[in-house]
Design a protein around this ligand. Structure first.
Ligand code: GDP
Length: 184
């Protein structure tokens, strides 16, 4: 498998994970909530982070998740190949209140698989579950798509924090499980 992981002598393994999905689905806010417990209601964070590194523990072992944000590149359909390089995991995010963002998921998966190994560990994330009255994508539709493409699945809200940590923890745990069998 074309997985890469870097060993860091002090802090265990480093996993590169990329955030993908249409503009406005909440990628930056998911990362801000997970890494800094922050939320931005209107504009982007002024920090303008390209990636954020989080120390985590899986089964008592230290790992570092280096999570990359597109920082708006996708608005111009120009996510560079450098963005994908070396990624072992991906969160493909849509907005449960915007059907169009769900319809784009297939395109994001194709792009991911053009640049990364087919087996790159991927979780499908339906964000903005707090917008209950505006829902356009049911949980059943999300689950069905995830199952048909062999993806993990979770619905989140970066606004009210629901399942945000769980989504990142799921992907890091699964990457660890696969890598510990194949590489470590
Ligand atoms: P990105 O372009 O995918 O990085 O999306 P952003 O993180 O910039 O979010 C786009 C907009 O959606 C911003 O106005 C956010 O405040 C809002 N947003 C992000 N996540 C949520 C969420 O879980 N619930 C609600 N209601 N709004 C959200």
């Amino acid at each position: 498998m074309a997985f890469h992981s870097e060993e860091d002598s002090s802090d265990g393994y480093l996993f590169k994970i990329v955030l993908l999905g249409d503009s406005g689905v909440g990628k930056s806010n998911l990362l801000a909530r997970f890494a800094r417990d922050e939320f931005y209601s209107n504009s982007k964070s002024t920090i303008g982070v390209e990636f954020q590194t989080q120390k985590m523990e899986v089964k008592g072992n230290k790992v570092k998740a280096q999570i990359w944000d597109t920082a708006g590149q996708e608005r111009f359909r120009a996510v560079t190949s450098a963005y994908y390089r070396g990624a072992v995991g991906a969160l493909v995010v849509y907005d449960v209140s915007r059907r169009q963002s769900f319809d784009s998921v297939g395109r994001w998966l194709n792009e991911l698989h053009t640049h990364c190994d087919m087996n790159v560990i991927t979780i499908l994330v339906g964000n903005k579950t707090d917008l209950k009255d505006a829902r356009e994508v049911s949980t059943t539709d999300g689950k069905f798509l995830a199952e048909s493409r062999s993806l993990f699945f979770m619905e989140t809200s970066a606004l009210d924090s629901s399942n945000v940590n769980a989504a990142f923890q799921t992907i890091v745990k699964e990457i660890y499980n696969v890598l510990s069998k194949k590489v470590m």
